[in-house]
Ligand binder design. Structure first.
Ligand code: HEM
Length: 289
């Protein structure tokens, strides 16, 4: 396995070529060498303290600022110097396994597992449930119960329309499109509820959903397309314009919104990351159902 592959930035993720993807009922898993599809989800990660203050290792990039802040009796959080998105990213990356991404710290399962065999039916379920979640997120920011949500309208990262096109394509090919299933229904209901009462937690899901899709999500899509769709590139994985720039624009907006948050609100947002992994992991697993 080319470890560089999974440590690379999302804009230049090369094709996954040699990975032998394997399946465990509840997890994406591969050979001991290539366990990047282990989806870190179900159980809370006891080894990870989500509060920056409790992280064991100080981060090199913030070491200087951390020292300066400590002098003033104030600790810095990993990534804080670069803005809040970097803090969210730091927490998310720790929830990956090493083989998923080089910054990952989550333990991979080592048991021998059956072959990773995505099916078109499973993939369709994944697309349908993903669409439901993106429909919900996009409706929430359009409605903007909290004014800061309005910042995230028409960012160019929206996925609901592209997924609608993909599902129409599958229909043309003769596939019947399933109804949304519980992973998508549960996640959608959860973010909808959260968005009305807990903007910090909602923003965590917003960030993780769109940014995960632009990184690991694209790798998975490419692999699945090679395996079961004759390499057909779905609209879900295409963006109008320069994806790097679109992501940067959203990072800037997220940073701006979070500037108005207290440290407690920021920590509350960071703490929601594990839930985001859990819900998204359940939807990803549909690919193998
Ligand atoms: C099989 C599952 C997954 C794989 C293989 C994977 C892989 C990756 C990779 C390779 C990166 C890029 C790392 C870099 O910038 O160097 C990444 C970034 C990221 N992933 Fe995942 N990931 C997976 C699941 C998830 C899940 C379930 C979530 C959360 C819902 C998530 C959230 C993120 C976030 C927030 C980033 C940062 C993106 C950015 O900085 O632009 N990932 N992932």
């Amino acid at each position: 396995m080319n470890t560089q592959l999974f440590g690379s930035k999302m804009a230049s993720i090369p094709a996954i070529s040699q990975s032998q993807l394997l399946l465990k009922k509840t997890q994406f898993i591969s050979t001991p060498k290539t366990s990047f599809f282990t989806i870190p989800i179900s159980k809370p990660n006891k080894s990870l303290n989500l509060y920056g203050l409790k992280f064991k290792k100080p981060v090199a990039a913030t070491a200087e600022t951390a020292a300066a802040a400590e002098e003033k009796g104030k600790k810095r959080y990993p990534g804080e110097g670069k803005g809040f998105v970097e803090e969210m990213r730091f927490v998310a990356m720790k929830l990956h396994t090493k083989d998923q991404a080089k910054e990952g710290e989550k333990e991979a399962q080592e048991k021998p597992l059956p072959k990773w065999e995505p099916s078109v039916d499973g993939y369709l379920k994944f697309l349908v449930d993903s669409k439901l979640v993106y429909d919900t997120l996009e409706k929430i920011v359009d409605k903007a119960d909290y004014p800061e949500y309005a910042e995230f309208r028409n960012t160019g990262l929206e996925r609901a329309e592209s997924l609608a096109k993909d599902l129409a394509w599958f229909k043309e090919q003769g596939y019947s499109i399933p109804e949304p299933s519980s992973p998508g229904l549960n996640y959608s209901a959860y973010v909808e509820e959260l968005s009305k009462k807990d903007p910090q937690a909602f923003i965590c899901h917003f960030y993780n959903t769109y940014f995960a899709h632009s990184a690991g999500g694209r790798m998975i899509g490419k692999k699945v397309a090679e395996m079961i769709l004759n390499g057909k590139e779905l609209e879900f994985y295409k963006w109008d314009g320069d994806l790097k720039q679109l992501l940067q624009n959203v990072r800037d907006k997220l940073n701006k919104v979070a500037e108005n948050w207290t440290r407690e609100e920021k920590n509350h947002c960071l703490e929601e990351t594990e839930k985001s992994f859990k819900f998204s992991g359940e939807i990803l697993r549909l690919i193998l159902s």
